[in-house]
Ligand binder design. Structure first.
Ligand code: ZN
Length: 336
């Protein structure tokens, strides 16, 4: 890829020696005489003028993130081409993220399922514990498949990766709900002083929350990163860098949405505050029962799992975006 750029980029510069000084000039490392020569040359050479403009995007990114500057040394450039090369690997090189997030997500469904019947654990407990591993296995397997489908379609250049992964998650949750309705009682189990919902409705409600949040915090960022890997592999690192550095004229590829990590972080904080409020409100209205403690512990575990999933996804997203930027910068430096 880098070789192609070299060939395409300097077809007509009449002063290759000055052209070579452009990178140093842009980074403020040129000597006084080089600087004068480059500035005089820029007035007459379109090739070099375009190159300076191109490098400016890279420089803006470096100024915004000094951490990246330290990590770009000549010896590291060779190893920086990591993230796009992993596109062909299982789950586009994000196997650990896929395993961790799918396991947390599946645990969430499992714990929530047991919580719905916890108030009558003596009656439903032993059956629920037998069904619980099935719930975990079903959600874990379908989620891994959903992410894999996104990777596969995106790798092939399709725009529908995100759509299909969302559909897989949705269908998996619907199928699980239908299956669990055979077991979950259609009457209120949890005893509270406020109007209690039936176990089925309560489970459906929590499922809807998680699906929404999975799409926002998990599937959309995942798809964006995989799509950017594909763009980098196609040699469009300049476009990716423009996008990642917030250039207003840059556009995301079809079928992808670029959610800024700081927006997601803020959103997660808001969601956690609301969830904490709702949980304490629920705990205030519970009627005493021998299993009240079990119920509260399960609900708290559910909240912790949920929060951990959000943090895991965000941490992964930050890291992946930085790796993408690093690769873009390395590519810009190599082709400069
Ligand atoms: Zn030139």
């Amino acid at each position: 890829m880098a070789d192609n750029h070299l060939v395409i980029r300097h077809p007509t510069c009449s002063a290759p020696k000055i052209n070579q000084a452009i990178t140093a000039y842009c980074f403020g490392r040129a000597t006084e005489s080089e600087r004068k020569a480059v500035e005089a040359h820029l007035l007459e050479c379109d090739v070099c003028w375009q190159e300076v403009q191109r490098l400016e995007v890279a420089i803006q990114a470096l100024r915004a993130e000094r951490g990246l500057l330290r990590s770009i040394s000549a010896s590291e450039i060779a190893t920086a081409f990591g993230i796009s090369a992993k596109l062909a690997s299982p789950w586009a090189g994000h196997l650990w993220h896929a395993l961790a997030s799918c396991a947390l997500y599946a645990l969430l469904y499992t714990v929530a399922f047991v919580a719905e019947i916890a108030y009558q654990f003596d009656r439903y407990g032993s059956a629920a514990l037998k069904i619980a591993p099935l719930v975990f296995g079903w959600i874990f397997g379908t989620s891994m498949a959903g992410l894999a489908i996104d990777c596969k379609l995106t790798r092939q250049g399709s725009e529908r990766g995100l759509l299909f992964s969302v559909l897989v998650f949705l269908l998996a949750a619907v199928a699980l709900f239908v299956g669990l309705c055979l077991f979950l009682p259609a009457s209120p189990i949890t005893q509270a002083t406020v109007q209690a919902q039936t176990a089925q409705v309560a489970y459906l409600k929590t499922t809807c929350y998680w699906l929404t949040l999975a799409v926002v915090f998990w599937l959309t960022p995942f798809h964006f990163v995989v799509a950017m890997q594909r763009e980098l592999q196609a040699g469009r690192h300049h476009l990716v860098l423009r996008l990642l550095t917030g250039d207003k004229l840059s556009v995301t590829p079809r079928g992808t949405i670029f959610l800024r990590p700081w927006v997601l972080s803020l959103l997660l904080v808001v969601v956690v505050i609301v969830a904490l409020y709702l949980h304490f409100n629920l705990f205030d209205h519970l009627k005493p029962s021998p299993y009240m403690n079990l119920f509260e512990n399960l609900i708290q575990t559910r909240l912790i799992l949920y929060f951990t999933l959000g943090v895991e996804c965000l941490a992964w997203y930050y890291r992946a975006l930085n790796e993408l930027k690093r690769e873009c910068l390395a590519a810009e430096m190599i082709s400069a």
